[in-house]
Write a protein that binds this ligand. Sequence first.
Ligand code: UD1
Length: 342
Amino acid sequence: MNILITGGAGYIGSHVAKQLLETTDHTITILDNLSTGSPKTLETLKTIRDFEFVKLDLKAFDKIPEVLQKHQIDTIIHFAASIVVPESVENPLKYYMNNTVNTTNLIKCALENGVGKFVFSSTAATYGEPDSLPINGIDENFPTKPINPYGMSKLMSEQVIQDAAKANADFKYVIFRYFNVAGADIYYDDSAHTQLNPRIGQSFPNATHLIKIASECAVGKREKMAIFGDDFYTIDGTGVRDYIHVDDLADAHIKAIHYLDENPSDIFNVGYGQGFSVRQVIEAMKEVTETDFPVEHAPRRAGDPAALISDNTKIKSKMQWIPKYKDLALICHSAYEWEKKL
Ligand code: UD1
């Protein structure tokens, strides 16, 4: 396959690129505007195996056909997007432009240039505020009712992809609804696997993710952190999320591009089906890193649902996806080891 990875210099895209370069022979082209993606990550990926890099913002969509033709792209894995929930509440048009409009243009280019497979990064934020949690996870048939522009921008993109596929028999998709992605490259220096030494991870300095912020506290880059809201209807009042290790998520993408050779288009949740509260995550980070740091209480953040936990039955049974890094301590440990190297 000739695969285009948009957003391949970013956090999740780079972990997918890493696995494709390491474990397959497919030809990879990474397209990224480097607004949050990292040139250093690209250098590291090049030490695994060579690939083409195109620095381009997807809004320059008149340039995309040339890229697709030059590299004879048959498969697109589309990550490039804006992803911060509270920012989407403040600046919704940024999200509709960068996510929905750019995805629509990309699909138009894909259809006009013979791209047959499309893997799309969607989000659990499409579900909004589930009524029936935190007892059971939400499945793919759960009503999608986003409560922030980020979730809506992704849901609208999903609709465009599905309609495009309905009208074009040669265009197939996998849509992944990610839960909370965290951690860094599980890579050991030694054969005994005692020294975890991630080669890539979340590099963007202003990231807002809980586990990233907790790891910045643990390494001493931040003095303290805040819990946003402790009056949710959850186990301890703080927000509950289903944290999934980025390498397990990346593996789902590798499975998806092969899945589409034999199977119809479909939508899958990608999460572990286990929820942890903000408090539990912070405790896990402190314990695994043997550190302590002050934690304050702050009001709820705009657009935050109380709890999101996946039902992952479908991806496990249809794609034989078997997650390997479910341990919250390992997720925190890998994020921390990466943060030390940044
Ligand atoms: C994350 C993703 C989003 C994805 C969603 C799926 C990012 C930036 N966000 O959003 O793209 O669609 O998961 O579920 O990748 N929190 C604190 N203190 C902090 C930071 C966070 O209390 O300093 C809390 C939040 O209020 C929330 C939880 O931790 O309850 C997780 O927040 P965060 O890591 O920012 O992810 P989401 O907003 O869930």
